[in-house]
Ligand binder design. Structure first.
Ligand code: ZN
Length: 424
């Protein structure tokens, strides 16, 4: 079957393209790119008038929860949520049950995704056995089984020698090491950012230093090893400064942040809504400004979701005891698009950070509309306003702090490996 997408504004930073083009899809591949009005005959035409047509988004930080926590999310529901959010590739973190530290779990995820998933799923293996932070996994076999990166996300690698070793191995296996930067002694018992608001609310705080000391350590280890370090979910001004300085000194570190770290501050926690409880925690206005500046100047390479779906029962309790995490796949693009509306970024750079760059870091061979590439495409109406309604989420996780927010930019169609899904 041949499908022609016409009349859209095609934006593909991988080819430095922003033009009215027609895209021909045949089967699972992009077959041709043509000037407006020059596309060939096809079996089906998608009229993208008034829309942008971009490569499917790539999320390098997703929690799909399967195996083990299927009551929170499954590969099936998580990948449908991804598609609804415009994502056609997601990289899933290993903190499942059992933890993905073995070929058996890696293969389970890959096979389950092939059978029940709606988009590309790329497993991330654990750095240490059982994510205990102490004993290095068999990285070679996990890599061969299909892991695209390694991370102990949810937990830091507390043993610095293990972190040094894994960064050395990252060069041999050419995979990124994604670091969850948290000093567990400093963050112990904390549930929100440590500062004026936590004092006011009587909640135990997590100081910014809990993140920054580990960012500093990992940068030092990256300088020592020249390994492929990627810092996950950057939330503080201090971390942005450390990464900016490291990059200026030629250290090969990359970094991501998530929409909630540029959209919300700890002030919002005054509502005591547990949907605002996330790790690292929401910080202050000054941090948000630094994150936005880091996105603008390129210190922060990637906008990832850290999609962390939870069941109502994990959130419907006191702030102190509720689970950490935000269900992020279905709001990420629109929150990112706010940065375009605010003049922080142009669309091209937003797409770079949500698609081209994460694909490059994870070496997925995605994030492009070039001829011969997989037909992974998102068709988006950047003019359409909507109100976030979690009851319409495809994700099982309704834990969003953005419920009721008025946003702009709706995903109209998502095409994954040539399969078309229409949302409105
Ligand atoms: Zn994390």
């Amino acid at each position: 079957m041949r499908v022609l997408i016409k009349n859209g504004r095609v934006i593909d930073p991988s080819q430095d393209l922003d033009d009215r083009k027609e895209i021909l899809i045949e089967g699972a591949k992009i077959k041709g790119l043509y000037p407006k009005g020059k596309g060939p005959k096809s079996d089906k035409v998608i009229d993208a008038s008034g829309y942008i047509v971009i490569p499917g988004l790539v999320d390098m930080h997703t929690h799909l929860r399967e195996p083990g926590f299927e009551y929170k999310e499954t590969i099936k529901t998580g990948t449908m949520a991804a598609l609804k959010g415009g994502f056609t590739s997601v990289c899933c973190m290993p903190n499942t049950n059992p933890i993905n530290d073995s070929i058996a779990v890696t293969e389970f995820v890959i096979e389950k995704a092939l059978k029940e998933g709606y988009c590309g799923v790329y497993p991330i293996g654990a750095i240490t056995k059982g994510q205990n932070g102490q004993e290095l996994n068999e990285l070679r076999t996990l890599r061969q089984a299909g892991c695209v990166a390694f991370s102990d996300d949810g937990k830091p690698v507390t043993n610095s020698l293990i972190m040094r070793r894994v960064l050395e191995y990252s060069k041999i296996f050419d995979v990124p090491i994604i670091s969850h930067c948290e000093d567990l002694k400093l963050s112990e018992g904390g549930v929100m950012n440590e500062g004026v608001v936590s004092t006011l609310l009587g909640l135990k705080g997590i100081p910014k230093a809990a993140e920054e000391v580990m960012v500093a350590r990992d940068i030092a280890l990256c300088e020592l090893t020249k390994g492929r370090l990627h810092i996950a979910h950057v939330s503080t001004e201090g971390s942005v400064k450390l990464i900016m300085d490291a990059k200026a000194r030629g250290i090969p570190v990359t970094a991501e942040t998530c929409p909630h770290y540029f959209s919300l501050t700890d002030e919002s926690v005054k509502s005591y809504s547990t949907n605002l409880k996330v790790n690292p925690p929401l910080r202050t206005e000054k941090d948000v400004e630094a994150i936005i500046q880091g996105i603008r100047d390129g210190t922060i390479d990637v906008i990832a979701t850290d999609h962390a779906p939870h069941h109502e029962d994990d959130k419907n309790m006191e702030f102190d005891t509720a689970a950490f995490g935000i269900s992020g796949l279905e709001t990420a693009f629109s929150l990112g698009f706010q940065l375009v509306e605010q003049g922080v970024l142009d669309l091209k750079h937003l797409i770079m950070k949500m698609c081209v760059t994460p694909s490059k870091i994870m070496k997925l061979n995605k994030g492009t509309l070039s001829v011969g590439a997989d037909a992974d495409i998102a068709v988006i109406n950047t003019e359409k306003k909507f109100v976030v309604d979690k009851s319409r989420f495809f994700s099982k996780g309704k834990n969003t702090p953005f419920q009721g927010w008025h946003l702009k930019g709706t995903v109209e169609k998502t095409i994954s490996m040539g399969k078309i899904r229409e949302w409105s």
